[in-house]
Design a protein around this ligand. Sequence first.
Ligand code: SF4
Length: 469
Amino acid sequence: MTDFSHNEMENKIITFGCRLNACESEIIYDFAKELGLEDITIINTCAVTAEAERKLRQTIRKLYNENNDIKIILTGCASELNPDSYIKMDGIVGIISNKMKLSKDEYACLKLDQITTSVVETESTLQAQLAYPSASSKAVNGSSVTLTETKSIGVSTYAANTETENGSTVTLALATYKGRVRGFLQVQNGCDQKCTYCVVRFTRGPSVSFPKDDIVSQTKKLLQRGYKEIVLTGVNVSSYGRSSGTGDTLSSLIRYMLKNVPDLRRLGLSSLDPADIDDELINVISGEERLLPHIHESIQAGDDMILKRMLRRHSAAQVVEINEKILSRRPEVVLGADMMVGFPTETDEMFENTKLLMEKAHISLLHSFPYSPRPGTPACGMPMVEKKIRLARAAELRKLSQGLLTKKMQEFIGKNVVILAESEYAAKTNSFLQVKSRKKLVAGSEYLFHCEDCEKKHIIGYPIEINEG
Ligand code: SF4
């Protein structure tokens, strides 16, 4: 789970958490702008770690202390999980459920200053109440509504509504990113897995995949808006299609998109669950040149006993086998991973297995997180590893990852590679390595780039020519 930690859009939309939250916040930002919600601050929250919630509370207190008249609306996983504790905080005037966060109606109610009632009694909220599991909406007048779980999914009126196989309507998040370089396209929401440390499956509900024809039309819209690269995102994107009964998979979706959108030259993938990386997906990764050679995996641990206790569906040996298959077929692929250290019962020896796996699985880009107990999850009831040991292991893994990244970047020195410029001096290689240019670039342009050196997280060099591709 990539931590966007905290970004603000003109102090009105504050986002915590993952790419999917960042993607959705762009849409909320467009709503707020269109509806002229000047006096409302919306925070899109995250509950993936206790640290994420600590930062959220800190931010709410800071905003309130700076302005006692502030009106804050919360949405996202943290407020979904603990609405009762957040609604009591100073400055909070309402909570919008995760499922309704992309419903324009909810924000239109805010404009009409109907905060005290709208969140509880409008048509769409009623629909959400009837249709969406365990989200609660609460108004400042203290009345709260607890929702009962149902299977069908009813949602918003946002333009990208689509009809799913079981006849219900779902919203496809189409994000319009500033700087028009990389657009994230949500293709899936929710999750059917039961990882023992995870709260996301509680806050985002069961897995839902959006129809591939809608994804194709949204992709065309993003390209028409000038985006150069599209990244498919979701809560568990590699499970795309699995629960839909259509026989679609992430592999078939990628092939379908590349066939039906010939102008799509750069397609990227967000984090994949190793258990979903089958031979078909490896064929697509190694055979489709327009699919960018960067694969990020949510591996989480390198010890099989810990993986079992996490209820992850892969073993360390399987990850090594998958990555060696990928690299043998497409050597330019750069592999990244999410790793959680200090999971309950993890011994020094088990942690050593995690470090060993980084090398064996050819990981170059690493996000490492100390385990964070989440109340209500099975792992929270297991014997804890001391916090200082968790933090020390995370630091040790980060140090290791710097060494792995430097080794990978050194392979590029002296070579010419294609990059996509993100700003005047910053860019990324097709394999998602960060680049610093000695000469000015134009954001959104592709260049053939000469790699001269590397330092810390960046390859250093200069552009040779525009890449016509
Ligand atoms: S795959 Fe596991 S960690 Fe990821 S969202 Fe699903 S339950 Fe959570």
